[in-house]
Design a protein around this ligand. Sequence first.
Ligand code: A3P
Length: 321
Amino acid sequence: EEQSLQKPTQSFEEFLSRLPRQCGWIPLIDFYHYQGCWYHPLFLRGVIAAQQHFEAQPTEIFLCSVPKSGTTWLKALAFAIVTRTKYSDLSSHPLLSTMPHECIPCLEIDVVRKEYSNQTDAFPLLATHIPYHSLPKSIISGGCKFVYILRDAKDAFVSLWHFLCRATPKDATYVSLEEALELFCKGVSSYGPFWDHVLSFWKARKEAPHRVHFLVYEEMRKDPLPSVKNLADFIGHPFSVDEENEGVLQKIMDLCSFENLSNLDVNKKGRHRPGSMLAIDNNAFFRKGKIGDWQSHLTPEMAERLDQITREKFGGTGLPL
Ligand code: A3P
């Protein structure tokens, strides 16, 4: 039976022990089921802390996604958009020396650990992978806005598998792609079920379209300009005609492109959250950045399994199938 961590005396371990668990994708780390979503325990600890303590400010804007849908790109773009006056000299832009995840803090990891103050350049931007229905109440009642990035399930799955193999300790065996697919289709994946995560924000968008803005990874990869313009409008930093004529929008797209970011030293050699249990090389966030890379990894049958679930879950909603 699911429950919140209510009694202050209840330890997190005791709380975890009452939740449904499943062998996860990473050896020796189980995923836990809480409020309809599967979590790695370290992330779940942060989700609970955020639910208990986070007080949102109404001006805050949350960059939301299920992992591997393009969060890193969205963070880079949103950060570059809101700071463009301060960093008009691109040669010293923070994104050239700081990986995007360090430019915009993650609610359930960085914010709850207080490794964040709202004096950062990124303010009022924050990021989270928490599904809409589990967000801290103050975010919903406070009138905050949300940008949601969505990606094809097959590419997101393949991307997640590669990423979690990278996160697997060196001496352990990786989960096979076939085993991972089995788990993913059952909904057991980081912040999964993948489809329910998307639907949670899609439903919120239907109820309050002015508060929830959707971006589609594939559309952005084909032609980023319209999506980047709409993103800037939505987060309250629209590009002026002069800026567009001066090429500011183009420069931001170039700065944040996969080709540019993935070739920077910081993203090739740096490490994210070094020294913590979540430490990982920055380059794990920049793999291929392609549409349709699933074709190099999934058999037609595996792809069809994912497509069928997408059709079942998204059919009739207006979400891309
Ligand atoms: P692949 O593994 O398919 O290459 P997230 O940022 O949500 O963790 O998602 C990671 C995926 O986004 C990876 O996909 C990664 O390569 C891709 N990505 C990272 N930065 C990008 C960028 N600037 N433009 C396009 N895709 C990017």
